[in-house]
Design a protein around this ligand. Structure first.
Ligand code: F6P
Length: 475
């Protein structure tokens, strides 16, 4: 991990990161790759020598001995095929993910998935109990591991435990449909610090605690700190990538062609269908000229064993194909350029510099780091951002054109506005966005969370009466 140089002065400086994925992924043919997502580089400024990372390799089974990784010790939690099915594809990605993103469809509430989720959370917690140095800081990430804070604290009272949720927390009525709402809240509430992306998420969590755990319990068990910690990106890294990429960027699409850009995991929460529909209608209406506009959509397949993701892939790819069939011009395959393979940093930066506008129409999104990468890479102070009001980033990016992604007409108006925007207005909007993103980059985010965790009193003035928090909970 670049940027990490310090040694722990005492055991309590050690950090134990607990996340569903390790910073490395083992592919189906056994190759070891860096994991997608920016968590490893996000944490580089707070990870000290002697720190640990507990997670899954992405494959069934796992190496049983710890793996060294640039000074960090990686501990792979071995998962069986049935555990991956029930915990990852099932409870995490077919129950919590859609519900926490307000998906307007009842998730299947399989009790066996819940039991496996709880069981796998216990595996992760057991590994923390085993490897955490005395007095260490434990930082648990994401919706896969909501029960881990209570499970760890039940057995290691010397540790400070933080939990950060990368995704939204739903309103209490929606959250309250979960048969296991109380167990999930109790699992989270034993953390010393609970971080969310936005104030809305904080309020939703507090409302849910109030309704389903109760004022008495809440007073005795509530985490020391529940606050918004909006995540960000490595602004300096993306600025340098943007500068390096600018020369080659024009080669990516014909000069004079307006490029709208979408970069996403192929996920139904991202609103890819809505933005392509808006683009297609603008072409149909004649408001955009197919010879002079291009929508470049990078959609990287993800969670491919989950049926909802297979359906989304068909919907997105079918729509892109129909637009291209209708609007293909001689010598051009059509105005939608669809890419389904992951791009590395320099490739992404080249598209960020080539695009006239980034279009982010997430139906719900914890933050959306692509939006922050885009403005970080635009050291030329050009380029516009169309941004969903339901992405956490909408709170952090004044200067973006904010849209309701369910309103196709609003997306169309925003895309036309980009087309007509003066260079001066683009410049002003981009400067405003860059100032805001620079003021809270990812290193600031990580340090702020860890400082709050370190400052939390290790012993809290309550003890859960009569039952170990990590013990059996009713299903
Ligand atoms: O946004 C939530 C999140 O878990 C990220 O932390 C992660 O990078 C992303 O989803 C990818 O998910 P998966 O591990 O399922 O591919």
């Amino acid at each position: 991990m670049a940027g990490r140089t310090t040694k722990p002065e005492s055991a309590s400086d050690a950090l134990v990161i607990v996340a569903n994925r390790l910073p490395i992924t083992i592919t189906s043919d056994g190759a070891v790759e860096r994991s997608p997502g920016g968590l490893a580089s996000a944490l580089s400024s707070v990870v000290t020598e002697g720190s640990h990372w507990i997670g899954w390799t992405g494959q069934v089974g796992a190496p049983t001995s710890p793996l060294p990784d640039d000074g960090l010790t990686l501990h792979a939690v071995p998962l069986t095929a049935a555990e991956v099915d029930g915990y990852y594809d099932g409870f995490a990605n077919s129950v919590l993910w859609p519900l926490f993103h307000n998906r307007l469809q009842q998730p299947e509430l399989r009790r066996s998935w819940w039991r496996t989720y709880r069981h796998v959370n216990q595996h992760f917690a057991d590994m923390v109990v085993e490897v955490a140095p005395p007095g260490a800081l434990v930082w648990v990430h994401d919706y896969h591991l909501l029960l881990v804070p209570a499970m760890v604290r039940a057995r290691r009272r010397d540790l400070r435990v933080g939990l950060f949720s990368h995704i939204p927390f739903p309103g209490p009525r929606l959250f309250g449909t979960l048969p296991w709402r109380r167990e999930l809240l109790l699992g989270m509430a034993d953390a010393h610090v609970i971080g969310f992306q936005t104030e809305d998420d904080v309020h939703n969590f507090q409302d849910a605690m109030h309704r389903f755990v109760g004022p008495l319990r809440r007073g005795r068990r509530g985490a020391s700190v529940v606050d918004a910690f909006p995540i960000s990106v490595d602004v300096a890294k993306w600025a340098a990538l943007g500068d390096d990429a600018s020369a080659g960027a024009t080669a990516l699409a014909e000069p004079g062609v307006v490029v709208y850009l979408g970069i996403d995991r192929l996920d139904y929460t991202k609103g890819i269908v809505q933005r392509l529909q808006a683009f297609g209608e603008l072409l149909n209406d004649g408001q955009l000229d197919p010879a002079k506009c291009r929508f470049v959509q990078v959609a990287v397949p993800t969670r491919t064993d989950v049926p909802a993701y297979q359906e989304e892939k068909e919907a997105v790819e079918g729509l892109a194909e129909r637009i291209n069939q209708r609007h293909a011009t001689p010598g051009s395959p059509g105005p939608v350029q669809y890419l389904d393979t992951p791009l590395d940093g320099p490739e992404l930066a080249a598209w960020y510099r080539r695009a006239d506008a980034l279009v982010v129409t997430s139906l719900a999104d914890g933050m959306n780091l692509v939006a922050k990468e885009f403005v970080s890479a635009r050291t030329d102070l050009d380029g516009a951002v169309v941004l969903s009001e339901f992405a956490g980033a909408a709170h952090d990016m004044p200067g973006a054109i904010i849209v309701n992604p369910y309103d196709i007409e609003a997306i169309k108006r925003a895309m036309v506005a980009v087309f007509r925007m003066s260079p001066m207005e683009r410049h002003e909007r981009m400067s405003t966005m860059r100032d805001a993103v620079e003021a809270n980059d990812v290193h600031h985010w990580a340090r702020r969370f860890v400082e709050r965790l370190r400052a939390a009193p290790v012993t809290r003035p309550f003890r859960f009466p009569g039952r170990a928090a990590g013990g059996r909970v009713a299903s």
